[in-house]
Ligand binder design. Structure first.
Ligand SMILES: C[S@@+](CC[C@H](N)C(=O)[O-])C[C@H]1O[C@@H](n2cnc3c(N)ncnc32)[C@H](O)[C@@H]1O
Length: 292
């Protein structure tokens, strides 16, 4: 790695060697669940968008490949979907497992499967705990995919992971995948404070840094600062850094199409609305339908 790429892409406490888990020190994981609230605090727009499309396409079995603390998965379990949730971070999964335990008296949660898996080895990982399984839908939401940085400067790992998502889908199945509007973030150097996914009751300060290498934006670092809250829910000020690959809409669109052999139906939404209805969205959400 060249000297100009030495940039602290992790919070203190995250070791530098071989670690792709940006949540490994547990710092962000601890506050994340409180910050984004529970599944009841998901925005109605998001819930209607996701469950509406899943039902329209008769999707029942859903794989959440970036379940984190389990929030989206729980929203789907509550809505009657059969959900399998995976994540690469055991620090995040710990919260999902605890949430399932807390719901143990609710029969809808009996079939909620939570396992550790990485996008890089997804078909093999799923095979190990659910042989032969394929899914009606795969979701990778909440700006999760951008956590995967471009180690080799040719996006080969990202391409492989997108192909893995396509592999675990049934023919006709749907992939929901999103990214922040990095085009706008690079231009403005700022990140929208509000979320389209959750109704956050706590103020958060997000500082945005864009690392440009050879004239090309290679990484966006977001420094989150969440203060202690008066209700005592968050007892101390929390600061953590998460780094993202700044996916540009046009390039990401091509990469996704290629991952599905240029044969999938590809719809793009802006903040859950048709693309032409939102001028400067916070997020782009791509929905791929794998060919039959
Ligand atoms: C921002 S969190 C989002 C979690 C959840 N979808 C939400 O909206 O709250 C992103 C998640 O992606 C997971 N992740 C990052 N890289 C991964 C990989 N290679 N394989 C599986 N999960 C990964 C992280 O561990 C983290 O839990």
């Amino acid at each position: 790695m060249s000297a100009d790429k030495v940039f602290h892409s992790r919070s203190e406490g995250i070791p530098s060697e071989g670690v792709k888990d940006q949540y490994a020190d547990g710092k962000a994981a601890r506050v994340w669940k409180k910050y984004i609230g529970d599944s009841n605090q998901r925005t109605q727009n998001y819930k209607d968008f996701l469950t509406g499309l899943l039902r329209k396409h008769n999707c029942v079995k859903v794989l959440d490949v970036a379940c984190g603390t389990g929030i989206d998965s729980m929203m789907l379990v509550d809505e009657g979907f059969k959900v399998v949730s995976v994540d690469a971070s055991d620090k995040m999964l710990k919260h999902a497992l605890k949430a399932r335990w807390e719901k143990r008296k609710d029969p809808r949660y009996d079939e909620w499967v939570i396992e550790e898996a990485s996008w890089e080895t997804l078909p093999r990982d799923v095979q190990s705990f659910m042989p032969g399984a394929t899914f009606d839908a795969v979701i990778c939401l909440g700006n999760s995919f951008a956590h995967l940085l471009d180690e080799y400067e040719d996006q080969r790992t990202q391409k492989m992971c997108l192909e893995n998502f396509a592999k675990v889908l049934k023919p006709g199945g749907l992939l929901f995948i999103d990214h922040r509007n990095y085009d706008a973030m690079i231009d403005s150097g700022a990140t929208p404070g509000h979320s389209i996914y959750y109704n956050c009751k706590y103020p958060v300060d997000i500082k945005t840094s864009v690392l440009v290498v050879g004239g090309k934006p290679e990484l966006v670092a977001l420094d989150y600062c969440i203060g202690a809250t008066a209700d005592g829910e968050i007892s101390e000020r929390s600061e953590f850094r998460l780094c993202y690959y700044p996916h540009k809409l046009d390039k990401f669109t091509v990469m996704l199409d290629e991952a599905f052999g240029n044969k999938a139906q590809h719809s793009i939404y802006a903040d859950f609305k048709p693309l032409d209805q939102v001028e400067n969205p916070a997020y782009y959400i791509h929905v791929m339908q794998k060919p039959l």
